[in-house]
Design a protein around this ligand. Structure first.
Ligand SMILES: [Zn+2]
Length: 296
């Protein structure tokens, strides 16, 4: 499933393929109207034809394209669960499940493919992205702006949800999805079932580093290649714990990775690492208790 690294990869691809290229024509799939809500495929095609892609930005899991050649116009692209931008050169057959095709000057075609139709393609009048409620609510981008551990601690401190579930809230660290929430907890040696408001400042700082590390790892694995296969599509699994239930933990080698369900989503973690991380605090309080018992 696309999370921040895959969307960043898409942004880089779109810049390489489309910057300053003119869009000659646009075709949309009439069976995929839900992708174009609240507009329509026909309105999107009319708005984009004749424009040039002036810039491609990313905020969390959203792609923000500004289009030149007329008044200011924006295009918001969210990849949903299975969305992907792919390019086909003249003469190459299109991929399956294409929902929108942008024919560029020179004949290359940018296809938005999305088998499950959870993605979005939305024209943004005036390129006023900041007026869209789904963007206005997002926190600062964890890669572009970095992760402030003090802000992260304040936001996690306000929720009693399990830390892994809290991390999926795009107001906190936009771009973290189900995969990287598990990965970040594992890297930070934090039990994903812990209450978010019970983490110590040191644990929150570890979590911030864990998020950054799992993103960096995924971004470097994506490289400069063009088409990527998501794990769910049978692509290689580059993750430490995600989708690895039953495999031996790559860190402690003592336990098997477990899959549990939190808020209807799969969570993967190592029970030995999670218990081990909690142990120092527990044994410290136990020794304090023993000390006070011997004094009394
Ligand atoms: Zn382990």
């Amino acid at each position: 499933m696309p999370e921040l690294p895959e969307v960043e990869h898409a942004a880089r691809c779109l810049r390489a393929w489309a910057l300053s290229g003119r869009i000659l024509a646009v075709e949309t799939d009439p069976r995929a109207e839900r992708i174009f809500r609240p507009g329509s495929g026909a309105a999107l095609a009319r708005a984009l034809a004749g424009r040039r892609v002036a810039s491609v930005r990313r905020l969390g899991k959203h792609l923000l394209l500004e289009l030149a050649g007329g008044g200011p116009l924006g295009l918001l692209s969210h990849l949903g669960m299975t969305g992907k931008w792919v390019r086909r050169l003249p003469g190459e057959p299109p991929p399956s499940h294409v929902r929108a095709s942008l024919v560029l000057e020179g004949g290359a075609v940018l296809h938005y493919r999305d088998p499950r139709l959870f993605g979005r393609l939305r024209v943004v009048p005036g390129a006023r992205f900041e007026l869209l409620p789904e963007l206005g609510a997002l926190g600062p981008d964890p890669i572009a702006a970095g992760i402030d551990p003090v802000r992260l601690a304040a936001l996690l401190g306000r929720t009693r949800r399990p830390v892994k579930v809290a991390l999926l809230d795009q107001r906190i660290l936009p771009g973290v999805g189900n995969i990287h929430a598990s990965e970040a907890c594992f890297r930070a040696r934090i039990d994903p079932r812990r209450r978010a408001d019970r983490l110590s400042p040191g644990e929150v700082a570890r979590l911030a580093r864990g998020v950054r590390a799992t993103f960096d790892r995924a971004l470097s694995a994506l490289g400069a290649g063009e088409e990527i296969a998501y794990v769910e599509e049978g692509g290689e699994n580059p993750f430490l714990v995600y989708a690895r239930a039953g495999e031996r933990c790559p860190r402690c080698r003592r336990a098997a990775i477990r899959r549990i369900v939190q808020a209807q989503r799969s969570t993967y973690f190592c029970p030995a690492c999670a218990a081990g991380a909690a142990r120092p605090a527990a044994s410290a309080s136990a020794s304090r208790a023993r000390a006070s018992a011997s004094r009394g």
